[in-house]
Design a protein around this ligand. Structure first.
Ligand code: NDP
Length: 282
């Protein structure tokens, strides 16, 4: 039930109508019987700063932030967690009683939780991140924070991979797609943090040089069964899809908004709800 005292949270993006976050959070709210609601906000980039400024008056407790606003949300924050600072991107804004805006990044927690579902542990290395955009930067930050010592980066533009490595000032090799076999040598996990495969557009080269047991994870979840994951599964490799990460980042966000833990999958199976919304099956 939503009363006049309900806590309001939401997700801001442009566009936002495809976001699964309202489905996930409202299912958890309902399962716990909270007086709360989670709503989508479609805000164009040029209005984002004004939008956030207006919310410092206290209308909502917090927001998840999706494309294309994660860097702007970082700039709009007054203080940041280490995770947000490392990634220079914010996917969780909390509006504080004093009018302050706290920026956090739970994408990294989502990534690590998803990888661990695939049997990977931070002690297993090296790990290869494909891509050099915002998601790749967040993935590298999370892996380093999670304790992975050897994180490699490969991108179709070598200079972009090198720029990502120098952003973190860590000692890791950067690879162009032409050197993929070298990048894949001995890896324990390969993470697709490019947008290749999103809506079936774009394709990554074959990953045959990866060892047989390497965990393959795709951040893209539309479609869920990307060619990257289908190829890996066809070779008998463990795979993890982008929905696992999405749900993994939503859990700490929910706790930040409403002060209670999200219920476990046995109580409410949000993955099944998302699969139905996507028209997918496991
Ligand atoms: P960006 O646009 O910032 O970066 C995209 C990256 O993908 C760039 O490095 C780009 O290379 C590369 N790329 C695009 N197409 C290809 C291709 N065909 N081959 C090789 N590289 C390619 O996007 P983000 O980093 O923000 O997001 C990347 C993906 O991660 C998106 O699909 C997004 O939906 C997903 N994501 C999923 C999350 C989840 O919870 N599951 C959370 C966050 C993101 P170049 O620079 O050369 O163009």
């Amino acid at each position: 039930m939503i009363t006049g005292a309900a806590k309001v949270a939401g997700v801001v993006g442009w566009p936002v109508k495809h976001s699964l976050s309202p489905l996930i959070h409202n299912a958890w709210i309902e399962a716990l019987g909270l007086d709360a609601v989670y709503v989508p906000f479609a805000v164009p980039p040029e209005r984002f700063m004004d939008f956030v400024q207006g919310l410092t008056l206290g209308a909502v407790v917090g927001l998840n932030v999706t494309l294309p606003h994660k860097e702007s949300a970082y700039a709009a924050s007054d203080r940041w967690t280490d995770q947000a600072d490392r990634a220079s991107a914010v996917n969780l804004l909390s509006f504080e009683a004093d009018g302050g805006v706290a920026g956090d990044n739970t994408d990294g927690q989502g990534l690590l939780a998803a990888l661990m579902q695939g049997g990977w542990t931070p002690q297993s290395e090296p790990v290869l991140v494909l891509g050099a955009g915002g998601a790749a930067r967040g993935a590298v930050a999370a892996l380093l924070d999670g304790g992975a010592a050897e994180v490699r980066v490969a991108a179709r533009r070598l200079e972009a991979a090198e720029a990502l490595v120098s952003f973190f000032r860590f000692d890791a090799p950067a690879f162009g797609i032409a050197q993929l076999d070298q990048a894949l040598d001995g890896v324990t996990a390969v993470i697709n943090a490019t947008s290749a495969g999103l809506n079936g557009v774009g394709e990554l080269p074959p990953m045959d040089a990866a060892p047989p047991g390497a965990v393959f994870m795709d951040m893209v979840y539309s479609p869920l069964h990307t060619k990257f994951l289908r190829d890996a599964a066809a070779r008998g490799r463990p795979t993890v899809d982008g929905l696992a990460m999405l749900i993994g980042q939503a859990r700490p966000s929910f706790e930040a908004f409403f002060g209670v833990e999200a219920p476990p999958p046995e109580v409410v199976d949000v993955r099944a709800l998302c699969l139905r919304a996507l028209g997918e099956t496991d």
